[in-house]
Design a protein. Sequence first.
Length: 208
Amino acid sequence: MPTLYTMPGTCSLAPNIAVAWLDAPVTVRNMAYGDHRKDAYLAINPKGKVPALRFEDGDVLTEAAAILAWLGAAHGSEGYARDTALGRKEAEALSYMTSEVHADFAPHFAAQTFADDEAAQDAVKKKAYGKIDAHYRRLDETLAANGDWYLGKRSFADAYLYVLTRWCDQTPMAIGDYPALAAHRARMEGNGGVRAALARQDMEPLHG
């Protein structure tokens, strides 16, 4: 059985949710923060990041979008990375969320890699928050136009979007400024699969 490696607070929550939604035969192994830098995990994923999906034959798949694509192809149906109109839109949405929105959080999570002194780091963060706000507004508009789910029907894009909306609370921005995103986050936290994934990852819902 494949093993999905996760860590609290990270984007590995998205494939963890996908495993729950699909009831996929995948073991979820949640690591304590810092274990991703230890030799035992670096032997699995030299990048030192989560998620990673290790197969029984020793092969390892990394990157959340790639893992979600495999889960959909191996265990999913329409809307879960299948070759359908919805599946293609899902792939596009995940590419945007992972390669653009997530990437623009980098200065927030690790400002020291962009600047040395504190003042410069604050300036880098401020610039990043402007970009993230623009992303959130675009995501909010798309969601408002499509209804309860980002693509009009539940897909893995909703799992990754949920991660991004959780990170909002760590920034100077307020989720209430993006009403469709706020409603989506609350809706996701009422979902049994999402709650199961949160529990497996030693995380709590943000709404009761």
